[in-house]
Design a protein around this ligand. Structure first.
Ligand SMILES: Oc1ccc(S)c(O)c1
Ligand SMILES: [Zn+2]
Length: 262
């Protein structure tokens, strides 16, 4: 698993920004202004190869719930697109709101979605562990997919049914044979890409973001189960609903957002 060993050095309450942010000139998330993005014909199609047998567990880490994959071999990989190297899938998680009006971290021309999926991969050509890659500027590649309220997502339901078992922070449940490719939109050739950061601590500027143009649909009831999770552990007196676990948007600071499509 790529993040259970990854102890956050300074755990700040998620939504109170830490004082010192590493570098600070390529932070995430951002608003993507479509008319200012630059078409790059050299961007290649993404090559996604996920093996459902590498799926291991779901962990409520107090920020989101992570579906964690065995990243000790190159069985579930991402390459192509803007990437020079091969990246290994280590986990995916989501960010969502308390209602359907907001919840995503990125926005497209200021349009927010009710939730956003992040598929997190680390550069296994250059580094040997997730923990090493998370502090390097070419260490991570994250595919972001927007969620829209609509028809029920059949593939997501197996995950939704497992969530009550990880209601509290620090709970873990075995979760196997889940193919994350079912959460990708049909078209993964149209995306925006830019250099950014993690949106949760340690906020390191290690991420090549790949933001899908096409969203996926989930039902209102499926997203409602996300909101039944808690930020707090079972022992805590005051239980707090896990909602609005998105970071405030950050300044572009002169960065270019490229598009793979015109
Ligand atoms: O490893 C990661 C953790 C959290 C987030 S938001 C990432 O994009 C990567
Ligand atoms: Zn995220």
């Amino acid at each position: 698993a790529c993040s259970s060993k990854f102890v956050l050095s300074q755990v700040h309450p998620m939504w109170q920004e830490p004082l010192a942010i590493p570098g600070g000139d390529r932070q995430s998330p951002i608003d993507i202004v479509v008319r200012k993005s630059i078409f790059d014909p050299q961007l290649r199609p993404l090559k996604v190869q996920y093996d459902p047998r590498t799926c291991q567990q779901i962990w409520n880490n107090g920020y989101s719930f992570l579906v964690e994959y065995d990243d000790t071999t190159d069985k579930s990989t991402l390459k192509g697109g803007p990437l020079e190297d091969q990246f290994r899938l280590c986990q995916f998680h989501f960010h969502w709101g308390e209602n359907n009006a907001w919840g995503s971290e990125h926005s497209i021309d200021r349009r927010l979605y009710p939730a956003e999926l992040h598929l997190v991969h680390w550069n296994s050509d250059k580094y040997s562990l997730f923990e090493e890659s998370v502090i390097e500027d070419n260490g991570l590649a994250v595919i972001a997919v927007f969620l829209k309220i609509g028809k029920r997502h059949e593939g997501l339901q197996k995950l939704v049914d497992a969530l009550p078992a990880v209601r509290h922070k620090d709970s873990v449940v075995e979760f196997t044979k889940f193919d994350p490719a079912c959460l990708l939109p049909e078209n993964i050739d149209d995306y925006w890409t830019y250099a950014g950061s993690l949106t949760t601590p340690p906020l390191t500027e290690a991420v090549t973001w790949i933001v899908m143009k096409q969203h996926i649909e989930v039902s209102h009831d499926q997203l409602a189960v996300f909101r039944s999770l808690l930020f707090t552990s079972a022992e805590e007196q005051l239980q707090r609903s896990m909602v609005n676990n998105f970071r405030v948007q950050q300044a572009l600071k002169g960065r270019t957002v490229r598009s793979s499509f015109t």
